[in-house]
Design a protein around this ligand. Structure first.
Ligand code: B1M
Length: 221
């Protein structure tokens, strides 16, 4: 298998490094960590490692997750594999040699402490080549606005898991749109629907991380 395809395979199946026993059928093989380093040592451009190795692997995970073919633990292993490879690419991001697709600011809305879904979205979007600024849980509108203003052209993502905090999401979107009318805001979380998204004036709703990844792709196409 060609090196970048091997790297994609490691991301898809969550093979972090040589020492990792998971997945069992890849035991004793190099993982994303070693393969990313080997690729750099062989002179493969860092951007190709990201775009042709890591991103396609993560995209396959996103599709399988949406289709219920893999579950949260597998996604977490893939995200870990991705992070182990990203460590080697970090200097290239810092030097500007590798450009991210854009910045994505994400948080769970005020009053809401659920972060498992938000973290999955965050990882999948990072895995698709965006820089993610994760503000965590119980994020105030003021903090979101401050971050959006400090990062012009970013996309804001909001998650809510409670019917009560959906109201906070509505207020947050309203305030963001009042201060920054062109700000793109996408929303998600188990109790949401696309009708609710329309009602509160957000730009996009996705029931899963892959939908958010695909929407972001359309913004930079
Ligand atoms: Co809470 N909780 N919880 N809880 N909790 C729910 C949500 C609930 C449905 C359980 C129930 O009663 N059946 C219920 C809400 C009821 C309602 O509002 N109608 C509930 C409640 C009531 C509460 C408390 C109020 C309980 C209490 O204290 N009395 C309390 C509230 C605390 C607070 O937030 N202020 C509370 C607390 C907690 C824990 C802390 C114990 C824990 C959270 C731990 C954590 O997140 N670190 C917790 C958990 C784990 C749950 C359940 C069991 C699981 C939620 C979860 O992580 N799902 C949940 C019941 C259930 O769903 N079975 C429940 C897995 C996750 C991968 O899915 O978050 O939907 P989800 O994310 C998905 C999609 O929605 C989407 O992608 C993700 C991956 O597919 N998505 C986005 C999410 N955000 C997105 C953003 C996007 C795009 C897609 O773009 C920006």
């Amino acid at each position: 298998m060609e090196l970048l395809e091997q790297l994609s395979h490691c991301i898809e199946f969550g093979k972090i490094n040589l020492a990792s026993p998971y997945p069992p059928d890849m035991k004793g093989q190099d993982g994303a960590d070693e393969l990313a380093k080997t690729a750099l040592d062989q002179g493969v451009p860092a951007n190709d490692i990201l775009q042709k190795g890591l991103v396609p692997g993560m995209e396959r995970v996103g599709v399988k997750f949406r289709e219920n073919k893999v579950f949260v633990p597998q996604v977490l292993m893939s995200a870990k594999a991705m992070s182990s490879a990203m460590v080697h690419l970090k200097p290239f991001f810092q030097s500007g040699e590798v450009q991210r697709k854009g910045k994505f600011v994400i948080g769970t809305v005020a009053g809401d402490l659920h972060d498992i879904g938000k973290n999955l979205v965050s990882m999948m979007i990072e895995g698709s080549g965006w820089e993610v600024i994760d503000l965590g849980v119980d994020v105030s509108t003021a903090k979101l606005l401050e971050t959006a203003k400090a990062n012009p052209n970013c996309v804001v993502g909001l998650s809510a898991l409670l019917t009560t905090t959906m109201n906070n999401m509505a207020a947050t979107v309203k305030e963001i749109k009042a201060e920054l009318p062109d700000q793109v805001v996408i929303v998600g979380g188990a109790p949401l629907t696309d009708d609710f998204r329309k009602e509160i004036g957000a730009d996009f709703y996705s029931p899963d991380p892959q939908g958010a990844v695909e929407y972001l792709k359309t913004l930079v196409a």
